[in-house]
Ligand binder design. Structure first.
Ligand code: ASP
Length: 450
């Protein structure tokens, strides 16, 4: 039995939905279908979820909401009429969209999520109608009925472990079950969404819950490539990789699969395949617990910008007990999580994402560090990027990092930091953001072309 998830681009128009129908009809093991909201039809288009955000903004700011109501309805209506569905369906959608405005604004911390979740919810309802019309026995199931209980964290919900028992019982449902992705319900019955792009997470939870044999994640690319095709021309295709390798790639900007979505299937050891709705006969990229190691130690090169480094120097730091704890508790007080912490003998750097910082917060953190640990030197560096070399094979190969540092030095790219975790699945280099694309090309050349 397979759980299949379709991303926004696979459901953006009637033409795309035809491809989805063919994919489902082709394989009767495809029993659970998790959907995203309609995505962009072309570059200039707006994602449905973003239309709901605009609609929400107008509502809470007392602005005219009609325009967005109409835009949203028009998109669903265009799909419905292409499949000659009865107009009553769109009437029902219109009412559901308008009813959102009956919810209180003041003190309602769930309101935003309620709006956001509608894109997926209506898409799942619509797809169920389309499937039935096209002769597929199918039904819509809300995340509430599916048993997706989540933590009370609007915009960043997490699945509660008790959900899995209820989800397991979905195996007995007849026909194809269509579930909206991206949100669940709290124990008190409120909608909370996962983080953006979170339909992948729902797919993964359902796959783990029903003990699927495979989780197929359909998107608009053939699978995962060894480097970003926007940076490296025609990069190598990755046929198979491990969950850990995918986690590392997703961390540094490989957005083809949501990093949080790896957890449920990783724990349940369910393989995933990333496939292309526009090219379904392509085998895609398989992700599972182990893979056959090839002669290539590095399978991918990822990079991400938007990092800052807080650099702290203090003579005889290594003798001072509790030094790191004091610094980390300052970050905790200011609710900042850190990404990496490379250290020397008398110095330490804390790498954080710039998006967590504001100029005011930055000053407060620096002031607290200066007061509490009294460093000899303290400064913050902005505009850093990280480069990651990823591959399970690095553990048993000699000279992998050396080849990378050589490639970077020959392009005169200065390394601000190097770090490697004990699992040795990745090596991370910190560099100036202005050199990011050049550095990725240099590393790609060193590991994949030389
Ligand atoms: N529609 C949601 C978003 O745009 C979730 C998803 O597509 O996975 O973030």
């Amino acid at each position: 039995m397979k759980v299949v998830k379709f991303g926004g681009s696979s459901l953006a128009s009637a033409v795309q939905i035809r491809k989805v129908i063919d994919i489902i009809k082709e394989d009767d093991q495809r029993k659970f279908v998790v959907v995203s909201a309609p995505g962009k039809r072309d570059e200039a288009d707006t994602k449905m979820t973003d239309l709901f955000i605009d609609y929400y903004e107008c509502y809470v700011n007392g602005l005219e909401t009609k325009k967005f109501q109409q835009k949203i309805v028009a998109r669903f209506s265009a799909i419905a009429s292409a499949f000659s569905l009865p107009v009553t369906i769109i009437k029902d959608f219109e009412e559901r969209i308008a009813r959102l405005l009956n919810n209180p604004i003041e003190g309602n911390q769930y309101l935003y999520d309620m709006f956001l979740a509608q894109g997926e919810d209506l898409q799942a309802r619509l797809l169920a109608e389309i499937f039935v019309k096209e002769g597929i026995s199918a039904s819509y199931m809300s995340p509430k009925d599916a048993g997706l209980l989540v933590s009370d964290e609007p915009g960043n919900a997490r699945i509660l472990p008790e959900s899995y028992e209820r989800i397991f019982s979905l195996r007995d449902q007849s026909g194809v079950v269509i579930i909206p992705g991206f949100f669940g319900y709290t124990c008190s019955g409120e909608i909370c969404t996962f983080s953006r792009g979170g339909s992948d997470i729902t797919g993964s939870i359902i796959a783990a819950g029903v003990h699927a044999d495979l989780y197929e994640n359909f998107t608009d690319v053939d699978g995962v490539f060894a480097a970003h095709p926007g940076i490296v021309h025609n990069p190598q295709f990755i046929k198979e990789m491990t969950y850990r390798e995918m986690r590392e790639l997703a961390y540094a900007g490989f957005s083809v699969f949501h990093d949080e979505a790896l957890i449920p299937i990783f724990r349940a050891e369910i393989p995933i395949v990333i496939k292309n709705t526009n090219n379904p006969s392509h085998p895609g990229t398989q992700i599972s617990n182990t893979r056959e190691l090839t002669s290539q130690p590095v399978i991918g090169i990822a990079s991400d910008s938007g990092f800052a480094s807080i650099n702290i120097t203090k003579f005889l730091l290594n003798r001072e007990i509790g030094f790191v704890r004091k610094i980390l508790s300052i970050l905790e007080t200011h609710e900042i999580s850190f990404e990496h912490m490379p250290s020397g003998i008398d110095d330490l750097s804390i790498i954080v994402r710039e998006s967590y910082l504001t100029p005011k917060l930055e000053n407060l953190i620096l002031r607290d560090i200066a007061d509490i640990v009294q460093p000899d030197e303290l400064q913050i560096e902005h505009d850093l990027s990280i480069l990651m070399l990823i591959g399970e094979g690095m553990k048993r190969s000699v000279g992998v990092t050396a080849a990378g540092t050589f490639a970077l030095s020959s392009k005169r790219i200065n390394l601000e930091m190097i770090t490697q975790g004990s699992s040795e699945v990745s090596v991370i280099f910190g560099i100036r953001s202005s050199q990011e694309a050049r550095a990725v090309r240099a590393l790609y050349h060193a590991y994949f072309e030389d």
